[in-house]
Design a protein around this ligand. Structure first.
Ligand code: PLP
Length: 367
């Protein structure tokens, strides 16, 4: 048996037809950028997350850049983020001229708030927690720390659409919430897309200026920026996919629970606390036997991914110039791997993977 990590083709015929009809509507009205579907999507997304405003943009990376710029982050400011994330998080900070400062992580793969506190300096302006793999960070502690030191909080919720923390959705817990809606994410467009959410009208207006070359009235440039507008097609597709992604999260959660049940005695699995609900962007296990287990599963036809194999502070572009605290992260990054766990995974595929992992540990007698 061969099991792919992720299959992005749209197989549900009803979903596919609804997307095709949406594409046709956009082709007919012909407003290819910022057509009426964009505002409709923004309204629906803001309502869903429980915030006043949403501003759609053309990628998650741009959403982070615009969030920082809208909050006035500039040259020399320090932004504390996690060591373990997709590099877009750090790049967004650095592109704004600010300095990413990399905090350590806890065993749950999210930012360690005690490490954040150690790294605060008189240049620190904001904390950018990343809700890793669909688990919301310990936001109460982060909010408290931010309040104490007068810092802004920007959530990188790219991996956590639909994840909950004390019944609040990710993205509703900081000054601005940022999401990637690229096709790999649980709620994805059919191409690049992203969105920001906030309760501040002032921030929302700034974001709308920033996303179109810093202009007002489409002509007068009042701030240096880039073009980060979203295609109408992607907004129209996202509006259709709104009807499906919560079902996908449910399916992914069932897959997580089944893996947890069978694997928790063999490897460290993502357990859920009673106040949280994971959205299962990926299913990450941790084991000191990571490399040999990965090789064994791959030899048996299972596609495995490591998200993310290089800590952000260890990336060549960052190694030389930024501060970090990464003791636990350095150990953990050697031990993480993601099993296939998307909503398209079949029962028999999951059972095959579970059996292989059990067999690996039984045969290698390494426990
Ligand atoms: C995917 C991702 C991004 C970047 O989003 P794009 O839409 O690919 O630009 C940023 N941060 C995290 C944590 C991500 O997983």
């Amino acid at each position: 048996m061969k099991v792919r990590f992720l299959n992005l083709s749209i197989q549900d015929q009803e979903e596919k037809q609804s997307i095709l009809a949406a594409v046709e509507r956009v082709l007919d009205h012909g407003i290819m950028i910022h057509g009426p579907e964009v505002e409709m999507f923004e309204k629906k997304f803001a309502e869903y997350v429980g915030r006043k405003y949403a501003v759609a943009v053309n990628s998650g990376t741009d959403s982070l850049i615009f969030a920082l710029k809208a909050l006035g982050i500039c040259h020399g400011d320090e932004i504390i983020t996690t060591s373990l994330s997709w590099i877009a998080t750090a790049n967004a900070i650095a592109i704004c001229g600010a300095i990413p400062v990399f905090a350590d992580i806890c065993d749950d793969l999210n930012i360690d708030v005690t490490s954040v506190e150690r790294l605060i300096s008189n240049k620190t302006k904001a904390i950018m927690p990343v809700h890793f793999a669909g688990r919301v960070c310990e936001m109460k502690a982060i909010q408290e720390l931010a309040k104490k030191h007068n810092l802004l909080v920007i959530e990188d919720a790219s991996q956590a659409v639909g994840a909950k923390y004390y019944n609040q959705l990710s993205g509703s817990l900081g000054d601005i919430g940022c999401f990637s809606l690229n096709p790999m994410k649980v709620f994805g467009a059919c191409g690049e897309a992203g969105v920001l959410v906030t309760d501040s009208e002032e921030i929302k207006e700034k974001l709308e200026i920033l996303r179109y070359n810093g202009t007002i009235n489409k002509e007068t440039c009042i701030e240096v920026s880039i073009n980060g507008r979203i295609d109408t097609l992607q907004a129209a597709i996202l509006l259709e996919r709104f009807n499906y992604f919560e079902k996908f999260i449910q399916k992914r959660r069932d897959i997580m629970k089944k893996y947890n049940e069978h694997l928790s005695s063999l490897v460290k699995v993502p357990l859920e606390k009673d106040y949280e609900m994971l959205s299962c962007y990926n299913y990450t296990i941790q084991t000191p036997f990571r490399n040999s287990l990965k090789e064994y599963l791959e030899k048996n036809g299972i596609e495995i991914k490591i998200q993310h194999p290089i800590l952000m502070p260890n990336q060549p572009a960052y190694e030389a110039w930024t501060k970090s605290d990464k003791k636990n992260a350095t150990k953990i990054v050697q031990e993480i791997m993601c099993l296939p766990a998307s909503e398209k995974l079949l029962d028999e595929e999951q059972e095959y993977i579970i059996d292989l992992i059990k067999k690996f540990f039984k045969d290698s007698k390494c426990l």
